[in-house]
Design a protein around this ligand. Structure first.
Ligand code: GLY
Ligand code: MN
Ligand code: MN
Length: 437
C-alpha cells in the first residue's frame, strides 16, 4: 500500500469508509477528448493512472482495506483507445487488495456502505457518482434503519487530504524540484530565443517542446505568453500576437512532472535590452519579490505575506508616481488594486493552485503559518493598463510579474526555480550571448 494511503487511513474516523473517484475523460469537440489528467486526490492516494476508476477505502475490512474498481480489460476498446490495467493490473501493479470491474460498483454499494457510521465522499464534483450514492441512500432512509445501517455522517475527504498534500514528503519535493528545474530551463531557452517579429505562440511552442523533451508530461497549466500590453491581462492565453521591438514579454509557464506542478513567471525585453521605464517598474517588482521570498519562512503567515506585498508594492507605486499620497492611506483605500489585483502566491503541488486550507480556523479566519514542507509561489506584479490616463505615459501598457516556487524549510526556504535568472543585467547578458543568435 502506498505511504500516502496508509497515512490517510490512519486519520480516518473509526468505522468509516471512503469513496475516492478518478477523473473522467472530457470532451474537447464532438468525439475527441482533451488529453487525460488524473484527479489529484485520487492520484495522490493510489497512483493509478486511468480514468473512470473508484477507490474504496475501508479500514475495518482488515483483509482488504483498499479496493479499486476499474475499467475491465477489453481487447476491442484497447485496440481503439489504449491499454488498460484491468482488475489483474490493479492488484498486481497498483497493490490494491482487491479489484473489480467498475460496472459492479453500483450494485456493490449497499454491501460496501452498510454498517459504517461515516462516509468520506466529496459530493458535488461528480454528479453521476453523487446520483449513485443518493440512489443507494434513498431506500435505506425509507427503511428507517430497521434493517439497514447506512452511514449517517458525510465528510469531505479533502479535509484530511488537503492537509496531507500541503506538507510535501521528500519524494514529492524531489518531483517538484524536477518540475521546477525543467521549467526554469525552458524559461532560459525562451530568453535565448525571443526576438522581435517572433509570434507569442512560437515561444510557447519551443518552451513546451523543451519541457516534454526533458521528461515533463507537459505544461502544468495553459502557458501565458504575452507581449507588450498583453502582459497586463492576467490570464492571457491567446498567445498568438507578434512580439514587438521595444516591448516586454511576460511568460508564465510551468512544467508538470509525475503530476507535480511548477509555476514560473519571467518578464523581459523582446529585443534584449530594458528601456529605462521598463527597468524602473521591473526593479520595483523584483525587489518586492525577493523580500517576499525572504518572508516565506516558518512562523510567518500567508496573510502576513499578502499584507507585506501590498505594503511594499504600494510604496513602489508611489515611488514610480503611479499612485500619489501617503502609503498608509493608499493601503487603506486599496488604491494598489488598480495595478496589483491578485494574491502574492498560492500553495503549489499536484494542482497549480494546490489543496490545503489557508486558515487555521474558518470562523476567526486566522491565517495559517508557513511550516517546513510547504511549497508556495511568490509572484508579485504591477500591471499598468495601456489606457490608464492617470499613470505616467512612459509606464502605460507595461505589465511585470516575477514568480518563483519556494519550499519552506526548517531554517528558511529553498527556491526550487532559482535556476532561471531574474536580475535585469543577468537576463540582458543571456539575451546578448552568442547562443541567442
Ligand atoms: N499560472 C497561474 C498562477 O500563477 O497562479
Ligand atoms: Mn504563474
Ligand atoms: Mn502562480
Amino acid at each position: 500500500m502506498r505511504e500516502q494511503l496508509k497515512r490517510f487511513i490512519q486519520q480516518m474516523e473509526p468505522n468509516s469508509i471512503a469513496i475516492i473517484p478518478a477523473a473522467h475523460e472530457q470532451t474537447r469537440s464532438y468525439d475527441t477528448e482533451f488529453k487525460f489528467r488524473q484527479d489529484s486526490d485520487f492520484w495522490y492516494l493510489t497512483g493509478f493512472p486511468e480514468p473512470d476508476a473508484i477507490a474504496v477505502i475501508d479500514p475495518e475490512n482488515k483483509k482488504a482495506p483498499y479496493t479499486l474498481y476499474v475499467r475491465p480489460r477489453d481487447p476491442l476498446m484497447e485496440t481503439w483507445f489504449g491499454r488498460r490495467q484491468g482488475v489483474e493490473g490493479a492488484v498486481k501493479n497498483y497493490k490494491a487488495d482487491k479489484a473489480f470491474s467498475i460496472e459492479k460498483f453500483e450494485g456493490d454499494l449497499p454491501k460496501l456502505l452498510d454498517g459504517h457510521d461515516k462516509l468520506y465522499y466529496r459530493f458535488s464534483l461528480d454528479k453521476e457518482l453523487d446520483e449513485k450514492i443518493l440512489d443507494y441512500l434513498h431506500p435505506q432512509r425509507v427503511r428507517r434503519l430497521k434493517t439497514a445501517y447506512p452511514p449517517h455522517t458525510f465528510i469531505d475527504p479533502t479535509i484530511i487530504l488537503g492537509e496531507m498534500r500541503l506538507h510535501k514528503t521528500p519524494e514529492e519535493v524531489e518531483h517538484m524540484q524536477t518540475a521546477g528545474t525543467i521549467a526554469a530551463e525552458a524559461h532560459i531557452l525562451a530568453m535565448k530565443k525571443v526576438k522581435p517579429g517572433m509570434n507569442e505562440g512560437q515561444v510557447e511552442a519551443l518552451m513546451e517542446a523543451y519541457m516534454k523533451d526533458k521528461g515533463a508530461s507537459g505544461v502544468a497549466y495553459n502557458s501565458i505568453v504575452g507581449g507588450g500590453a498583453n502582459a497586463t491581462i492576467l490570464h492571457y492565453v491567446e498567445n498568438n500576437a507578434p512580439l514587438k521591438d521595444g516591448d516586454l514579454i511576460l511568460i508564465d509557464a510551468g512544467a508538470e512532472y509525475k503530476g507535480y506542478a511548477s509555476d514560473i513567471t519571467r518578464t523581459f525585453p523582446v529585443n534584449g535590452k530594458f528601456t529605462a521605464a521598463q527597468r524602473e517598474v521591473y526593479d520595483v517588482v523584483l525587489d518586492v519579490q525577493e523580500k517576499c521570498i525572504e518572508y516565506t519562512k516558518t512562523g510567518n503567515t500567508v496573510k502576513g505575506r499578502q499584507e507585506y506585498s501590498i505594503e511594499l508594492l504600494t510604496e513602489g507605486m508611489v515611488k514610480l508616481g503611479l499612485l500619489k499620497g501617503k502609503t498608509k492611506d493608499l493601503i487603506k483605500k486599496k488604491a494598489y488594486l488598480k495595478y496589483y489585483m491578485h494574491g502574492v502566491g498560492h500553495y503549489l503541488g499536484l494542482d497549480v493552485h494546490d489543496a490545503g486550507r489557508y486558515f487555521t480556523d474558518q470562523q476567526a479566519r486566522n491565517s495559517k503559518p508557513f511550516a517546513p514542507g510547504m511549497v508556495l509561489t511568490v509572484e508579485p506584479g504591477i500591471y499598468v493598463p495601456p489606457d490608464d490616463k492617470t499613470a505616467p505615459a512612459k509606464y502605460r501598457g507595461i505589465g511585470v510579474r516575477i514568480e518563483d516556487d519556494v519550499l519552506v524549510t526548517e531554517d528558511g526556504n529553498r527556491n526550487l526555480t532559482s535556476k532561471v535568472p531574474k536580475e535585469a543585467e543577468e537576463i540582458e547578458a543571456i539575451m546578448a550571448s552568442k547562443s541567442r543568435k
